[in-house]
Design a protein around this ligand. Structure first.
Ligand code: SF4
Length: 244
């Protein structure tokens, strides 16, 4: 499935027929100035014709966000429960970039993959340097993640060493790198300049302990669904010491 996020809302498409582009995305009468962020597993773009059809839309402002969970194909395939997915996804990204399309790599960090974050950053740095951005994301507890909470949930404080090392590898190389879905008080302060207030207003909330926090206006807060599990290190920041 492919999900399209626009400044006017989100849309989900079950399939991407070859005519999808001309019918949906390039209808400039409906979306003349809207930026499109398309969430996809990237596998369909392994077909060069499909990548070319997508590129032929020539949308003025679109980006495809594609998840990669590990540099080890078997681990990525296990997480997405699809044999051969890693290979197709990487080749799909290469096809999109060969067509000069904008690509974001999304890395959702959880218990199953955090130990491989640095290896994944090095893999991206070596093989996919030309992507437009990399986003290192906290887990949103919906759907598959909610059903597998015990296996996936990890307190973000536990993976700060890996997160900082991975982000540094990418950022130092000049790859645009961002951190989404994390509360500022749970991440290394050296990462604050990369942290984005990424949770949409309509599904975002704060806790009572956030009230005196001096960085609340810059902190992404929590998903509404985050009540299922939350870091044991939520604590108001009383002195704004972000490094920049
Ligand atoms: S106390 Fe609340 S507002 Fe402050 S950094 Fe933590 S989660 Fe964000």
């Amino acid at each position: 499935m492919v999900s399209i996020e626009t400044t006017r809302g989100s849309y989900a498409l079950d399939v991407l027929p070859p005519t999808w582009g001309t019918k949906r995305v390039s209808d400039h009468r409906c979306l003349p100035t809207t930026a499109l962020h398309i969430l996809s597993n990237g596998r369909r773009f392994v077909e060069p014709d499909f990548a070319q059809a997508y590129a032929s839309i020539s949308h003025h402002d679109s980006m495809v966000g594609i998840p990669i969970y590990s540099s080890i194909s078997q681990i990525h395939d296990y997480i997405v429960q699809a044999d051969g997915a890693f290979d197709e996804t990487v080749r799909g990204i290469l096809n999109l970039k060969a067509q000069r399309q904008r690509v974001e790599i999304r890395v959702v960090v959880h218990r199953q993959n955090y130990k491989g974050l640095v290896d994944l950053a090095e893999f991206i740095a070596r093989n996919l340097t030309f992507v437009d951005q990399v986003v290192l994301m906290g887990l949103e507890m919906t759907g598959f993640a909610k059903a597998n909470l015990l296996e996936l949930w990890i307190d973000p404080v536990e993976y700060q060493r890996e997160l900082y090392a991975a982000a540094s590898i990418l950022d130092d190389l000049g790859i645009r790198t961002s951190i989404y879905n994390h509360q500022l008080c749970t991440i290394d302060r050296r990462l604050w300049p990369l942290a984005v207030k990424s949770i949409s207003d309509w599904k975002n909330e704060y806790r009572p302990e956030c009230a005196p926090c001096v960085v609340k206006d810059r902190c992404g807060g929590f998903f509404e669904t985050g009540r299922l599990r939350q870091s044991g290190h939520i604590s108001p920041v009383l002195v704004d010491g972000a490094l920049s």
